[in-house]
Design a protein around this ligand. Structure first.
Ligand code: PGA
Length: 251
């Protein structure tokens, strides 16, 4: 057991309408009241204002799933950090594998977003993780190392306290396949070592590293029992209070 708090985040992806989002947010606000971990709900952009009005003043932080790499300007279809701040967003998820692999975001673009979000006072969840073929060819550590190093390039040590890393093996996302707690913990330990090399032992000891990829009520406690796993970034199971609450209230 480390001294780090647990941090359980729900990534709602491109799901729900405003009434559905309001219903889930209300259920979470009621059920997580008194919960002893840190919590985040990250709804789609059009749902943020609705969810904000419900989680305000509760123990659930408000998240967004992406932001533009520029503060404002001629960027059709993008959403800026200024707009997210205006809605009361606390945290921005960046570098999610769906952004990397479906929308072709590279490490340089993700790094630009990370620095912009930090400069505007947000907490950032930086996602890293290998593809199945990268794992099978023994490159999981190297891929996570590169994504961590490049994602954090130019991030000041004084801002690292607002960075959370989420290790999400791409082959485990939305597939029902979870990394074993041992496999996940080994990569978490490796990422922590990389952070130590960049920022020193103290920073490595403090940084929160979430696991993501088919986290469910049935496997959450075993994952979280591992020394280097400090929480979860939950997709599918975050869409219903019935599955998210048991994960969030694990003990
Ligand atoms: P999943 O998604 O829990 O549905 O696997 C996790 C994520 O993509 O953040």
């Amino acid at each position: 057991m480390s001294a780090r708090p647990y941090y359980i985040a729900g990534n709602w992806k491109m799901h729900k309408t405003r009434p559905e989002a309001a219903e889930l947010a209300r259920a979470l606000a009621a059920a997580l009241k008194g919960g002893k971990h840190r919590y985040l709900a990250a709804p789609g952009f059009t749902l943020i204002e609705t969810v904000a009005s419900i989680v305000k003043g509760t123990n659930i932080r408000l998240g967004a799933q992406n932001c533009a790499p520029e503060e404002q300007g001629a960027h059709t279809g993008e959403v800026s950090v200024l707009q997210l701040k205006d809605l009361g967003v606390d945290t921005i998820i960046l570098g999610h594998s769906e952004r990397r692999h479906v929308y072709k975001e590279d490490d340089a673009l993700i790094n630009k977003k990370v620095k912009l979000a930090l400069a505007h006072g947000f907490e950032v969840i930086l996602c890293v993780g290998e593809l199945l073929e990268e794992r099978e060819s023994g490159r999981a550590e190297a891929v996570c190392e590169t994504q961590t190093v490049k994602g954090l390039e130019g991030v000041a040590a004084s801002d690292l306290g607002r960075v959370v890393i989420a290790y999400e093996p791409v082959w485990a996302i939305g597939t029902g396949k979870t990394a074993t707690p041992e496999d996940a913990d080994a990569i978490h330990a490796y990422i922590r070592k990389v952070v130590g090399r960049l920022y020193g032992e103290g920073a490595a000891e403090k940084i929160l590293i979430q696991y993501g990829g088919s986290v469910k009520p049935e496997n959450a406690a075993q994952l979280m029992a591992k020394e280097n796993i400090d929480g979860a970034l939950v997709g599918g199971a975050a869409l219903k209070a019935d599955s998210f609450v048991p994960i969030a209230m694990f003990s």
